[in-house]
Design a protein around this ligand. Structure first.
Ligand code: COA
Length: 297
């Protein structure tokens, strides 16, 4: 599947069907309570459509100096704020706050709920899920619930959104991987290892990182995370082969129910997206505040 990165300014016409005055992503976090001007998020659309066959992936530069950190941090729930306080380094804390805050802002744009009113619930292995669509039954409106998943590496984050289909995303900064052989031994199947063994060490590092993102994106889509061995998730690893999810614990049929897309969100990063099903339209979007920095009272 091909994909492209779209600017968010302005949003595509097909996606602008909701009344922007209804609020959402285009509003500053606390605008509903009257604290900030509506221009505080000028680069982000006011409302976002997510049709049942849409999958949206957002790229977010977490270290962008224009993020209004205090306001973003104010969107987080008490448990998120508690988690933020456990980071030893300010930069890691801020990246966590921005990525959680942006997920809230984007969800708010999709479902028309105030970003700070969004509640997450957590799967058995910690996968956050959007708890309710609106007040009451999430399916009452006839729209399947919004599913999402997020990943961050260094200063970049990816957030994937879909309706009624599970998604998983994993992002890794490209880097030297002196332990590539060890990772291959621990996390790749026999067939994958024999394909990796045919590569030069230089190619091996990239192939292990790419293979890792494919495996982890699936593990995140189903909510397992890294609780189960990754060698049971078999993927293509050779740089000359198209990205593929080959088998899940030896079962190719299970693998065929999912699609795998590799993403190139930025120089120096590799990423993979796993989506339940094949009949969807992928849009990649860039979400970040404008430069010069936002004016926030
Ligand atoms: C979750 C996990 C896959 C994250 O991997 P990672 O490469 O370090 O981090 P990524 O940036 O790719 O992804 C992190 C995001 O994945 C999501 N996530 C967390 N648990 C997840 C799971 N089980 N399945 C899918 N997504 C998950 C969250 O949105 C998280 O973002 P957050 O840090 O803002 O909470 C990994 O830490 C893991 O599997 N841990 C084991 C489970 C665990 O320890 N659970 C503890 C709570 S019960």
């Amino acid at each position: 599947m091909t994909h492209r990165w779209l600017s968010t300014d302005p949003p595509g016409p097909a996606r602008r069907s909701r009344d922007p005055s209804a609020g959402g992503l285009g509003e500053p976090p606390a605008a509903r309570s009257g604290h900030q001007p509506a221009s505080a998020w000028p680069d982000l659309p006011a409302a976002l459509d997510l049709r049942s066959h849409d999958v949206d992936v957002w790229r977010v530069h977490l270290d962008h100096p224009a993020w209004p950190l205090e306001q973003i941090a104010g969107l987080l729930s008490p448990d998120e704020q508690e988690r933020a306080s456990t980071f030893a380094f300010a930069r890691d804390r801020q990246r966590f706050q921005v990525s959680r805050g942006v997920v809230r802002l984007l969800l708010a744009g999709y479902v028309d709920v105030a970003p700070d009113a969004i509640t997450f619930r957590y799967g058995p292995n910690g996968k956050p899920e959007f708890a309710v669509e609106t007040s009451g039954d999430p399916r009452a409106s006839g729209h399947p619930r919004v599913e999402f998943n997020a990943s961050r590496s260094r200063g970049l984050a990816l957030c994937a959104f879909a309706r009624g289909r599970r998604v998983g995303v994993d992002l890794e900064a490209l880097r030297r991987l002196p332990e590539a052989e060890g990772v291959a031994d621990r996390c790749f199947s026999r067939r994958e290892r024999s394909e990796l063994a045919a590569l030069s060490h230089g190619d091996l590092e990239g192939a292990v990182l790419r293979g890792w993102t494919r495996k982890e994106a699936y593990a995140k889509a189903v909510g397992d995370g890294l609780t189960r061995p990754l060698d049971g998730i078999e993927v293509s690893v050779s740089p000359t082969e198209p990205p593929a999810l080959r088998a899940i614990h030896g079962d190719p049929l299970t693998a065929r129910r999912w699609s795998l897309v590799t993403l190139s969100p930025d120089a120096g990063y590799v990423a993979a997206l796993v989506v339940e099903g094949h009949d969807y339209e992928l849009t990649c979007r860039a979400g970040q505040p404008t430069t010069p920095p936002l004016r926030c009272p």
